[in-house]
Design a protein around this ligand. Structure first.
Ligand SMILES: Cc1cc2nc3c(=O)[nH]c(=O)nc-3n(C[C@H](O)[C@H](O)[C@H](O)COP(=O)(O)OP(=O)(O)OC[C@H]3O[C@@H](n4cnc5c(N)ncnc54)[C@H](O)[C@@H]3O)c2cc1C
Length: 312
């Protein structure tokens, strides 16, 4: 443990905070340190403090695509708040702090008569998390509207464009320990009734096709070229398949529902069982979309090949 009374210690630092409530699936153990930052300067300060002490940093947005290890995290978990959750409309651009809610940004854009972001209405993440993941839905994604992002590291901040971020299918070049602290979306003027119609359509689609009111982290696997992970998992008999308190949703096979008491080991074992069933049924090897916070290695792709356990 480090001396947190050192003068350079960031003011908002909590020890041993549970990370489960900071994720939508509500699974996982505590972080050695939980830090908050509400300005670019505060973000750089936390990153510099951690680097000086050799502590790795994991950025947590809304935790809507994140599975935290049962053992928690032997580093610093950093969240953005205050001014870095603000949203403002500037002409046809929407500026968001990296911790701003994406659905709230969608609402603000719609209210200002701006179109281009409606697909994000039901993606429960932050603007920064949406950049890191290149979030998308309904055949659109963030790469189509991103003008620039402010990325902070321990060395300071820089403004980068979409090309530098190398946005691909649910991926970007944002490196571990780098923080997307602000984002600007370039939208266009639209007709209010058309915008409202699109929002209704997209929200209605979610309500009818995905589990509601349960703990999930969204899609478990990315869609392989030309097919859908949900279809493949359903075809392989995964709907309702369970390990411990975690099960593949009976509503949509590419969602895992976690009842209270779920362990991240169960979720990983279930994911591996689903992936292996699809392979046994002659399908492709699915790739996890969800990120995993490993106690020592930080945020990595879900390590399915390291998991023991049987699905029941
Ligand atoms: C019900 C439900 C539906 C969903 N539907 C969709 C969908 O349709 N399309 C889709 O793409 N996703 C979907 N998701 C997944 C998820 O909402 C997105 O991936 C979202 O972009 C993640 O944002 P977050 O802030 O929650 O990131 P987190 O889950 O907190 O983190 C995910 C990754 O992003 C990194 N990260 C987060 N914030 C920052 C930051 N400010 N700077 C740098 N790195 C950061 C984290 O370190 C981590 O590697 C869904 C999730 C749920 C629960």
């Amino acid at each position: 443990m480090v001396d947190t009374s050192h003068p350079a210690t960031p003011p908002e630092l909590e020890r041993g905070a549970s990370l489960a409530p900071l994720t939508t699936i509500r699974v996982g153990g505590p972080a050695d340190y939980l830090a908050g930052a509400s300005s670019f300067r505060a973000v750089v300060r936390v990153l510099g403090w951690a680097r000086a002490r050799d502590l790795p940093v994991a950025i947590i947005g809304r935790g809507s695509n994140l599975l935290v290890s049962d053992e928690g995290w032997r580093g610093v978990a950093l969240r953005l708040h205050g001014r870095l959750t603000a949203i403002s409309v500037r002409g046809t651009d929407v500026w968001c702090g990296g911790g701003a809610s994406l659905p709230r940004a969608v609402q603000r854009a719609a209210k200002a008569g701006l179109t281009g972001l409606e697909w994000g209405a039901s993606i429960p993440g932050t603007a920064g998390g949406a950049v890191a993941m290149n979030a998308g839905a309904h055949r659109s994604d963030l790469s189509e509207i991103l003008r620039w992002a402010v990325v902070c590291s321990a060395d300071g901040r820089r403004r980068v464009g979409p090309r530098e971020l190398d946005l691909g299918y649910r991926r970007s070049s944002v490196a571990a320990g780098e923080v997307v602290a602000a984002v600007s979306f370039g939208l266009s003027r639209g007709r209010p009734e058309v915008i409202a119609g699109l929002l209704d359509e997209f929200r209605g689609y979610r309500r009818s096709s995905q589990p509601q009111g349960v703990r999930t982290f969204g899609s478990v696997f990315t869609n392989p070229e030309g097919d859908s992970a949900g279809r493949l998992l359903e075809h392989a008999g995964c709907k309702g398949l369970a390990v411990g308190e975690a099960r593949f949703s009976p509503v949509h096979a590419n969602f895992i529902e976690a009842a209270p008491g779920t362990r991240s080991q169960d979720v990983l074992a279930l994911m591996r069982a689903g992936r292996d069933r699809v392979l046994s049924a002659g399908g492709p090897r699915l790739t996890a979309e969800v990120r995993y916070l490993d106690p020592e290695r930080g945020i990595i792709p879900a390590p399915l090949d390291e998991i023991a356990g049987e699905a029941g």
